[in-house]
Design a protein around this ligand. Structure first.
Ligand SMILES: NC(=O)c1ccc[n+]([C@@H]2O[C@H](COP(=O)([O-])OP(=O)(O)OC[C@H]3O[C@@H](n4cnc5c(N)ncnc54)[C@H](O)[C@@H]3O)[C@@H](O)[C@H]2O)c1
Length: 435
């Protein structure tokens, strides 16, 4: 097989995060604390997972950085944009995800991460009213200012490479509009014509990142890069894109649990998922138009795992409902309930209840790290366009819907895709063995 040419992870990697809220500040604090030897990056595949390469007598079990060159945590430099002016230290303190004792040792470093002015439109997140916002006449101006931010940050921090990660609030749902979102030329024309209805601010970040030679990752359910025009741009700029929506709590459980029902050929009558959470994310998602974006993303998981066309007796017309309720007392500690109505032999009904008392940002932070490091790796390997191997980390994996491509949502199939991509980038053969 052809050996892929992999550039070394030399120099500094600038990680520019859109949104400096609960997830981002927890991510940054954890990386800085790990660097000091004061915390462990638990949950991060790039830091912990050990996988097999080779088969039979040649097989070995290695960590990712023994197979491919992954950027060292010491080489990461953080930057951010936010609607509010709070620096990363203030943001971590406000978020109340981490205890003070886990933030104070890196206070100085966090304080230096001051958010650049956001490219923001109040109509896309009505519950936010910060004033650390760019004053732009058009969407195209937003793009130009963001491009300048990226270039300036890269130069000021001596970075060799940049990755841009969206960990900002979920925007209102932007339905895919063929006239604007299918061709790059139409997208650019709409940005220049300041078409605010079809061009979300997040699209300006993505456009700026890709055209500045930086991979772009969408951690919210926004349709930003999930449109053919952005795929065209990723191809043109030879940059990787990944999305969408971090797969953290309930959907992680769903994508890992649904295969149990599927492999045992049990039937599904309904799956009701509900959540309570009280952080700013919950506040934004309390707005119906913003929740709609999340709902579409969360609902897509089951359909490709338990498929009616393949097993009409078992999976036709099951009722799938997802709810998110804003409930301030819980803050970032989300509680998710799943009630699963299944049926067995001769159609007899049974129920499964799952109650996950999770911590949203604690689950999201390692995904941020892995997505950033693996997108940077992908770029150094010359991979571009949609990075399906990163579906493992994402709730609603991007796929070419214009060609009726079906996304892979089954966690274990996604894990095979992840490992095979690492194998190929490391010069090993992909395989289907289960270990
Ligand atoms: N934590 C999880 O489990 C999880 C899982 C999946 C997805 N997400 C998504 O991750 C995102 C971040 O979550 P969070 O809990 O940190 O939310 P948060 O509200 O604490 O932080 C988001 C930040 O983004 C800022 N922001 C909004 N629009 C912006 C813009 N246009 N430019 C720059 N900044 C902007 C807000 O001011 C806020 O500070 C949300 O979209 C959430 O839906 C989180």
């Amino acid at each position: 097989m052809n050996q892929i040419e992999v550039k070394k992870a030399e120099g500094k990697l600038g990680v520019l995060v859109v949104g400096l809220g609960a997830v981002s500040s927890t991510f940054m604090t954890g990386v800085l604390m790990t660097r000091k030897g004061l915390a462990k990056p638990v949950g991060s595949m790039t830091q912990y997972d050990v996988m097999r390469v080779g088969e039979g007598a040649d097989k070995k079990y290695l960590k990712y950085n023994q197979i491919v060159p992954i950027t060292d945590l010491n080489d990461i430099v953080f930057g951010a944009w936010d609607v509010y002016p709070a620096n990363a230290f203030e943001s971590a303190m406000n978020a109340e995800v981490l205890k003070e004792k886990d933030i104070l040792p890196v206070k100085d470093e966090l304080e230096k991460i001051k958010p650049m002015k956001a490219a923001f439109d109040h109509n896309y997140a009505k519950r936010l009213d910060g004033d650390n916002v760019k004053d732009c006449k058009t969407r195209w101006d937003m793009v130009q200012e963001l491009k300048k931010d990226i270039r300036d940050f890269k130069e000021a921090n001596g970075c060799a490479r940049i990755v841009v990660l969206w960990a900002a609030s979920t925007e209102v749902y932007v339905p895919v509009n063929e006239k604007v979102h299918y061709k790059l030329a139409d997208l650019e024309a709409a940005m220049k014509a300041d078409d605010r209805e079809n061009i979300a601010p997040s699209m300006c970040y993505a456009y700026a990142a890709l055209t500045e030679g930086a991979p772009f990752i969408m951690g919210a359910p926004n349709t930003t890069v999930d449109i053919p025009a952005m795929w065209e741009l990723a191809e043109k700029t030879k940059m990787p894109i990944a999305g969408k929506d971090f797969k953290t709590g309930q959907t992680l459980v769903k994508s890992g649990f649904a295969p149990i029902i599927g492999v045992r050929c049990l039937g599904l009558a309904g799956w009701f998922s509900t959540n309570i959470l009280g952080n700013r994310d919950g506040l934004v998602l309390d707005e119906p138009a913003n929740f709609r974006t999340k709902e579409v993303s969360k609902l897509s998981t089951l359909e490709s795992i338990l498929v009616a066309e393949k097993q009409p007796d078992l999976y036709t017309d099951y009722y799938h409902k997802v709810r998110i309720n804003y409930y301030p007392p819980r803050n970032d500690n989300k509680e998710g309930w799943d009630n699963i109505d299944i049926f067995g032999w001769m159609g007899y009904p049974m129920q499964i209840k799952i109650n996950f008392l999770c911590r949203d940002s604690i689950l999201a932070a390692p995904l941020c790290l892995d997505l950033v490091l693996l997108s940077d790796l992908a770029a150094r390997c010359g991979r571009y366009g949609i990075q399906s191997f990163l579906s493992f980390f994402l709730k609603s994996p991007m796929h070419d819907y214009t060609k009726n491509e079906i996304p892979v949502n089954n966690l274990f199939e996604q894990y095979v895709m992840l490992k095979n991509a690492i194998r190929e980038m490391g010069g090993y053969k992909a395989d289907q063995l289960i270990d």
